[in-house]
Design a protein around this ligand. Structure first.
Ligand code: AMP
Length: 275
């Protein structure tokens, strides 16, 4: 929707979050010109009311004006997909990809274990992401339940429609992929960010990914058993090259709009020497 800086120099960040009995059900983020803000707000509200696992008992919708000249324009990460035979192999693949990106082996294993057991405490998922020191494995986020929430990002309408078409040709039409790519694309541009690990807490969505600035967004066909309600995100950080406050400020506040897509490769079988 936003292609160039609008006349009034402002865009709106539109955010939606739906929950039921404090359990997160659905969330979405958009960056739009003022004239589209109302329609997008209505679209996201409707989506919240009809979300899987619903109906929600609470829906928060948030509109915030942003100076359009501060928006950072970027290219989306490249996308690849590894097919693994089961979630155990998926986790081995995730560990190998994390190690290739510069995360220490023991730290990668610890992060996988953390998401598998509950990053906000045993059996409990966080609302945002873990920030983890890629060398020591220390957790750096100040609130281990909320974590760090990446916000204020989107892609242009042109980029979205082109990407949707490319993904559909490869049978990758799940809306989660577009949203995760935007989130991950922003994360990968963060100062000091080495890699990201993610799998969903949705019981029926078992695909996850490892992303890093060099290899992009690498989907792994399954990272958990069907029915498992746990999941989350871990951002691995090199503390030697960034100030934590600057990193968190970028992740939570900097507006980033993707106007170009990356390359998209067809699915291939994981083989252990891939990483
Ligand atoms: P999802 O892929 O939406 O199922 O989210 C998986 C996990 O990622 C959630 O359980 C949260 O821990 C985390 N998460 C979701 N949205 C965000 C966000 N905007 N920023 C950081 N972490 C998030």
């Amino acid at each position: 929707m936003l292609i160039s800086v609008p006349m009034n120099n402002c865009v709106f960040s539109v955010r939606m979050r739906a929950s039921c009995q404090d359990r997160h059900l659905s969330g979405a983020e958009r960056l739009v010109v003022e004239s589209d803000a109302g329609a997008v707000l209505a679209e996201l509200s409707l989506r919240a009311l009809n979300c899987p696992g619903g109906p929600p008992d609470t829906v928060h919708c948030h509109l915030e004006r942003i100076d359009a000249t501060t928006v950072q324009y970027e290219r989306l990460p490249d996308l690849s997909t590894y097919h693994v035979k089961d979630w155990q192999e998926g986790r081995r693949a995730a560990r190998a990809l994390l190690v290739r990106s510069g995360v220490r082996q023991a730290v990668a294993a610890c992060a996988i274990d953390l998401l598998a057991t509950g990053a906000a405490g045993p059996g409990t998922v966080m609302r945002g992401a873990v920030l983890m020191d890629a060398k020591s494995g220390d957790r750096l986020e100040t609130d281990a339940v909320r974590g760090v929430r990446v916000s204020r990002m989107d892609m242009t309408a042109k980029c979205r429609s082109g990407l949707k078409e490319q993904l559909a040709m490869l049978g990758l039409s799940h809306p989660r992929i577009l949203e995760a790519m935007v989130l991950s694309g922003k994360v990968l541009r963060a100062p000091g960010l080495i890699a990201e690990l993610c799998w969903s807490d949705a019981r029926d969505y078992t695909t996850g990914y490892v992303a890093d600035p060099e290899n992009g967004y690498q989907r792994i066909s399954t990272l958990k058993p069907v029915g498992d309600p746990l999941g989350g995100r871990v951002f691995f950080v090199d503390r030697g090259v960034c100030l934590l406050e600057e990193l968190v400020d970028y992740l939570e506040r900097q507006a980033v709009l993707f106007d170009t897509s990356g390359s998209i490769s067809s699915t291939r079988q994981w083989v252990s020497n891939d990483a």
